[in-house]
Design a protein around this ligand. Structure first.
Ligand code: BGC
Length: 720
């Protein structure tokens, strides 16, 4: 439709019809769903009438071609102007074919494959009737206590931005109207939801504008620069005001400064939550603040539909604000082609053919192999197929490896660890025992596991967190493995056999009691549908591990937040003239994390040499190059992530001790070498100065090149 047609449609709408476009309710409110769609229970309590439902603009969480078509049919029968519904859902890392959780995808450092995973997720959801996904989630996180760390890709703004772009490209493609196999993306949670105090979900976020702009905003901006159609507000406060009512954030920054003219949506109930936040006396005031801030759709509460009409009538709210929001929603519907075809990609037959197809599982497998990170190996890996192996632990025979944001996926479709191992060794050489549950266990379970382990030459422990121990509302203060599993490790250790721990979890854990006991440790995260196969292939060396951590693993929870790109202090530990006591340090633990950002092992080794700069000086209009020779010095082919960091030695405000600026993932055969070259330009050296000017400083910079954020060679250049 042309803009004129959309505007004329808007003109035909009554105020009621317009306001109703601004509410989003879950699928169970709608007729046509398999669940009850009657005016009972929640609807009545919320003040939702049938009229509101028939005129609402979008639905949350409907899926399946049959169900979505029925909902749309019912809606269109009852909607006076025939305005179709938008169907939105959380397709975060796969619809039915589940890919590794985003934090694991980050560890692949492979944005092409990440893009492909989003493309597949889009295709599966599009044929199942979904139009918009509430992804990518790009909140920067530095605190592993927060349960939602698994939803993001890293602790680094640059890397998060790379993945934000890749996900948006994968979900949306290049033309949503003609390409029915894609879905619109909604970047979330704007802004800084990943920094709640104490790592407790929904908690206060408190940070300077400089910090916000420098570290937290870039990934949202990157998603929008890539054309992301929607933005979701965060639950938290930003500078004292909840995001959903924060005019400076949602209108001044997002719309005015960044020029975003797409649709914004509150997070679930976040408009009404301004009341308990204590910035609105009642729902009405919350609605007022949200619409003034430019929040178009209110998700799952009814403050807009209950209040905006009277606010327009009594002059509190200008009807133009509502018109703007409705027009944005109509434009999105048009962009998705819904006025021509309200069912869009929904296709029962295709759904049966495509969803969870072999090809999709293959990509899920590939991404899972690239996402697992080998963090310790004292020569016990790869396993030999001739070895008798005991596979022990609560994840040995457990399909709970999809992760907390995989509602469309089914645990039954997941390849479990014992299935993966079953393909490697004869059943007579494989002994599987649970050992314990995730948080509890019995003497019998332990005895059975010990008996199994005694029969084997090598013990593989499959350990971790139940998926609901991370994710939304999944914050933990103690981020060790549950006691019962630490006990299982200790008991197994006494058998004096080679022992490998494989971890299934949604956050960087405190690995004490694991890494010091096991001879090898693999962080498998929640690897998704093909998890068991991918992990077995990695452990047996059929695939060489290539994942690298994108979040630091703390030495202990007392260090948190601990991240590689921190500032220096006036009393840095380890400086040549540093005192013994009066330096910035803990008396009882190291300053450094247990495992640094960028770290991961391979079954081969790589040597870095001949680090060079093309010039010792950089001019504003003349980039320099940084090169390094990387040689595979081991016996097998492997992939390496070559990383480049920079430090501005003297800034107007303090600068991080290192910042990732570029990386390249390369594959080398044994003995093969490659010169890896990066281009570095002035633009990459800019930062927010005292007055928030985004510029660079003339002066000296250190460049670091290496396999992770700690093991680096240093070079210096001057920007003139
Ligand atoms: C989450 C969002 C999600 C929304 C809709 C909220 O509770 O914070 O990430 O998109 O629910 O399911």
């Amino acid at each position: 439709m042309t803009d004129t047609k959309l505007t004329s449609l808007l003109k035909q709408m009554t105020l009621d019809e317009k306001v109703n476009q601004l509410i989003q309710l879950a699928a169970f409110f709608y007729e046509g769903t398999t669940s009850e769609g009657k005016i009972t229970g929640p609807m009545e309590e919320m003040g939702i009438t049938n009229e509101i439902i028939h005129n609402s603009g979008s639905v949350l969480g409907a899926s399946g071609a049959k169900e979505v078509i029925a909902i749309q049919d019912n809606h269109l029968k009852n909607n006076r102007l025939g305005i179709p519904l938008l169907i939105m859902a959380d397709i975060v890392h796969g619809y039915k074919t589940i890919f590794p959780v985003p934090l694991a995808i980050g560890c692949s450092w492979d944005s092409d494959l990440a893009e492909k995973s989003a493309e597949i997720a889009a295709l599966e959801s599009a044929v199942s009737g979904i139009h918009v996904t509430f992804a990518p989630m790009v909140d920067l996180v530095r605190d592993p206590r927060w349960g939602r760390v698994m939803e993001t890709t890293s602790e680094d703004p640059f890397l998060n931005s790379v993945f934000a772009r890749a996900f948006v490209r994968g979900f949306q493609g290049t033309d949503l109207k003609s390409d029915k196999n894609r879905v619109a993306a909604c970047v979330k949670h704007f802004a800084a939801y990943g920094a709640p105090e104490g790592g407790r979900d929904y908690n206060t976020v408190n940070m300077s504008e400089r910090q916000l702009r420098e570290s937290y905003l870039p990934a949202y901006k990157a998603a929008l620069d890539e054309g992301c159609e929607m933005v979701m507000t965060a639950f938290n406060t930003v500078d004292g005001i909840p995001a959903s009512g924060n005019k400076e954030l949602m209108r001044d920054l997002l719309r005015e400064e960044w020029g975003f003219d797409g649709v914004t949506i509150s997070d679930w109930g976040a408009v009404k939550e301004m009341v308990p936040h204590g910035v609105a006396a009642n729902e009405g005031e919350a609605a007022f603040k949200a619409i003034e801030a430019g929040v178009d759709i209110e998700m799952m509460t009814a403050s807009y539909v209950k209040n905006l009409k009277s606010y327009v009538h009594n002059g509190t709210v200008n009807e133009e604000l509502i018109d703007e929001s409705v027009l944005r929603i109509l434009k999105l519907k048009d962009k998705l082609g819904l006025f021509e075809n309200p069912y869009r990609g929904a296709d029962k037959k295709l759904e049966e053919e495509i969803v969870l197809s072999k090809a999709h599982r293959k990509t899920a497998y590939e991404l899972a192999t690239k996402s697992c990170v080998l963090v310790k190996n004292d020569g016990v890996l790869p396993l030999q197929k001739s070895q008798k192996v005991a596979l022990i632990g609560p994840f040995a025979h457990n399909g709970d490896i999809l992760g907390p944001w995989s509602w469309g996926g089914s645990k039954e479709d997941a390849v479990r660890m014992d299935e993966g191992f079953g393909k490697k060794v004869n059943s007579s050489a494989l002994f599987v025992a649970q050992g314990s549950d995730i948080e509890t266990g019995t003497e019998e379970q332990l005895e059975e596991a010990l008996a199994a382990a005694k029969k084997a030459e090598v013990i593989v422990l499959a350990l971790g967190e139940r998926s609901d121990m991370s994710g939304e509302a999944g914050s933990r203060a103690d981020i060790r493995l549950p006691e019962i599993q630490l006990n299982l490790i200790a008991k197994m250790k006494k058998l004096n056999k080679p022992m490998i721990a494989v971890l299934f979890n949604g956050r960087p854990l405190d690995l004490h009691g694991v890494i010091d006991e096991a001879d090898a440790v693999m962080e498998a995260w929640y690897p998704g549908t093909e998890g068991g196969k991918a992990v077995a292939d990695l452990l047996y060396g059929d695939v060489n591990p290539s994942g690298r951590l994108t979040m630091s693993f703390p030495y202990s929870v007392g260090q948190v937040p601990v991240y590689y790109n921190h500032f220096s202090t006036g009393r840095p530990k380890g400086a040549p003239d540093a005192q013994v006591r009066y330096v910035s340090q803990y008396l009882d633990i190291p300053n450094k994390p247990l495992l640094p950002f960028g770290f991961g092992l391979s079954y081969t080794t790589f040597m870095y040499s001949e680090e060079k700069l093309s010039s010792q000086t950089m001019r504003t209009d003349e980039p320099i190059t940084v090169s390094v020779k990387v040689t595979n010095t081991g016996m097998v082919t492997g992939e390496e992530v070559v990383q480049l960091y920079v430090r501005d030695l003297v800034g107007e405000v303090v600068r991080p001790i290192k910042e990732l600026k570029a990386f390249q993932k390369i594959k080398l055969k044994p003995g093969e070498e490659k010169i890896v070259t990066f281009t570095l330009c002035e633009e990459q050296l800019r930062y927010y100065h005292k007055d928030l000017d985004f510029t660079s400083d003339a002066g000296f910079f250190t460049v670091f090149v290496g396999p992770n954020s700690e093991e680096v060679a240093e070079l210096t250049f001057k920007l003139i």
